[in-house]
Design a protein around this ligand. Structure first.
Ligand SMILES: Nc1ncnc2c1ncn2[C@@H]1O[C@H](COP(=O)(O)OP(=O)(O)OP(=O)(O)O)[C@@H](O)[C@H]1O
Ligand SMILES: [Mg+2]
Length: 393
């Protein structure tokens, strides 16, 4: 008679155990269930075996998504929802394309159609909730779906906001360093011109006067004094050349084309390399920073020709291509492989090309280096014209 309450409490205990197991399965705490059978316990692996991976993906600092080929979001982690400032429920089942500009959609579409196994990477700007714009790096991989007809893609989304901010800061810093350097150069050029050159000229004049005072019979001494006077004259010229390179007054006073012409003439005379310059005449001045950038790029490029190229001919072209002004410096020298990292030398590091690129970049342009061993080198600097200037005709 008193067995019934006993069985009832046993049943209750088993029910509680089953409920607890179900709860654990639902929350993903259980991967595998062992069920006793006639031939020993049977192992059932639950779908929740992916639990460990889910935890990993949910705790990642990157957004993670799976998409259909049409860009429908099948899965997204919380980090992605936070990144685009939308509730996760809103993201799931929505179209990933809705977060992209038309240009980014066009770039993504072919990558989601591609049947190739290898992944692809693109940069895109995600338009999130509340007008948020998130620069992002998308790493896209096709996912194997055992026997499923429609392919899916996994995307890892990295928020690049911080990286972009750092890049911007670095650019600003570089810009300031270059500006400070230019100001310093201008000062040194002035000092050289106003002080050193003046002193040297005064010394040369007094020296010449002294030479004239020497008696005619002191032939050897007169000859020596004249030679020294000549050397002083050459030193004055050299100091003036250095001052011009530091800050060409012709660039400030007469503009880009005369400054390019003066640099080319000086290079050809000094090195003996034949140089042809073709400049379309400018109808308006470019912004001072753009002129200075192009001038410095020419200087550095010619420095490289003199130092490395062993060229016989150089061509320098200034043209207008649409709304861009383009400066090309092409030599027929030994060339080099631009993709190869420059060989580190003991005392020096190669900064010339890097600085040329920076100069072009911070006036909104770009620098292209085309070269190959034994095939010469072509440096192309493209800088946008200000909207109201049709500077080169
Ligand atoms: N016109 C050229 N012809 C042949 N090789 C070149 C030419 N321009 C550059 N190079 C090669 O590219 C390398 C990098 O050039 P870059 O101007 O950056 O550095 P650098 O001239 O060696 O040093 P720096 O300019 O800092 O004084 C050079 O060392 C050289 O090997
Ligand atoms: Mg160089």
């Amino acid at each position: 008679m008193n067995r019934a309450p006993n069985r009832l409490s046993k049943l209750r205990a088993r029910l509680a155990e089953v409920e607890e197991t179900l709860r654990a399965i639902c929350t993903g705490e259980v991967d595998t269930v062992l069920v006793p059978g006639k031939q020993g316990p049977q192992v059932f692996t639950l779908k929740g075996a992916e639990h460990a991976y889910r935890v990993l993906i949910e705790s990642m600092n990157e957004g993670a998504l799976t998409l259909t080929t049409n860009g429908l979001v099948l899965y997204a982690n919380q980090c992605f929802a936070r990144m685009v400032k939308r509730p996760l429920e809103q993201v799931l089942g929505s179209s990933f394309h809705d977060l992209l500009s038309a240009a980014d959609q066009a770039a993504l579409r072919p990558l989601l159609k591609r049947t190739a196994k290898s992944g692809s990477k693109i940069q895109a700007l995600l338009h999130g909730g509340g007008g948020a714009q998130v620069p992002a790096h998308l790493s896209i991989r096709p996912l194997a779906r055992n026997g499923a007809k429609s392919a899916t893609f996994g995307i890892v989304v990295t928020d690049m906001t911080e990286a972009r901010r750092n890049e911007e800061m670095l650019r600003t810093l570089t810009h300031r360093v270059v500006q400070a350097q230019e100001a310093e150069r201008r000062l040194v050029a002035l000092e050289l011109h106003d002080n050193i050159t003046q002193h040297l000229c005064a010394i040369a004049a007094r020296w010449a006067a002294l030479a004239n005072k020497l008696p005619v019979r002191e032939k050897a001494s007169r000859g020596e004094v004249m030679k020294l006077s000549e050397m002083l004259g050459q030193t004055v010229e050299e100091v003036q050349r250095i001052a011009r390179n530091l800050r060409p007054s012709v660039l400030d006073e007469m503009g880009l084309v005369p400054a390019l012409r003066a640099t080319c003439t000086e290079f050809a005379q000094r090195t003996g390399v034949s140089l042809k310059l073709a400049c379309k005449p400018l109808t308006a001045r470019l912004p001072a920073e753009a002129e200075l950038a192009l001038y410095r790029i020419l200087q550095k490029a010619l420095e490289n020709v003199g130092k490395h190229a062993r060229a016989r001919h150089v061509r320098v072209h200034l043209t207008k291509q649409g709304d861009m002004v383009q400066l090309t410096i092409k030599d027929d020298g030994i060339g080099f492989d631009p993709d190869q990292p420059p060989a580190r030398r003991k005392k020096k590091r190669d900064f010339g090309l890097l600085r040329m690129r920076e100069r072009a970049t911070y006036v909104g342009g770009a620098l292209i280096v085309k070269s190959a061993p034994r095939a010469g080198t072509e440096i192309v600097a493209r800088i946008p014209l200000p909207p109201d200037a049709t500077a080169v005709t």
